[in-house]
Design a binder for this molecule. Sequence first.
Ligand SMILES: O=C(O)CCC(=O)C(=O)O
Length: 300
Amino acid sequence: MNEGRGRLTRLTDTDRAAYERDGYLLVEDALTTEQLTRLRDTVDRFVARAHGVTASNDVYDLETSHTPDDPRVRRIKLPHTHDPFFMGLARSPSVTEPIGQLIGPNLRLHTSKINLKAAGYGAPIEWHQDWAFYPHTNEDILAAGIFLDDVGEDNGPLMVLPGSHTGPVFDHHADGVFCGAIDTQAAGIDLAAAKPVMGTAGSMSLHHVRTVHGSALNTSGRQRRILFLEIRANDAWPLKGCGDLAEFDSLIIQGEPTLTPRLVPVPVRIPLPEPEGGAGSIYEYQYGAKNRSFAPLADG
Ligand SMILES: O=C(O)CCC(=O)C(=O)O
């Protein structure tokens, strides 16, 4: 199937104003039925191959309760590097059209992941700002969350703090080490203001790179799988370096490469030093968090 034939969602002025004000937006029915079916089938095949896997690796991030016979995958890492379907989806108008209306037409993928949040045990993700993980030369960057399942209040929806994208960049360190999580109590954050981002399968959430967000353990009987495509303007360059230029430019999903990053005065904190032994994902970084806001699985 040609992923180029996506849906063309035009945002309204009200949508754009809401994104500017709140730092997030939901695009309902962003995907075509064919795209959603293909996405689900592709993800099902990845999950089936987790049988027999003993430890987290370059593809799978495993729940602490995972066993090779009873696979429990909490994340598929960097799906765009494992299957061309995902880059095709990122380049389809279903994704680029609404995003282009928020951060401009020149777009480059930053990273991708599928957070699976299985029924009954899907792990929480502590409050954080993506910007704390990857500061760039400007903040025309957002995360698109494509819903594989209906997302409601009970199955661990993405939670966001409206307006937090215009506030401070919070400390994501514990004991002087980057832990990828905010101690919300110490930071004085009012979590009562948080909002769940809910919608039907095939919808797409968009949150600004500085929006504070997180999500709870999925204690419901329904899984909640979301593909996150994190997308930036082509002239937003990572402060930690772009690595190999050809590889960097291969991530362009729309528009032309540029060697002139756009610099704007934005607050930044550097996500260093790394925890000892490194961390393979946000879940592993957050093992270092001192005060958690979301309850983990009782035996997890
Ligand atoms: O899956 C979620 O609910 C949150 C995702 C997220 O913020 C992340 O993976 O960095």
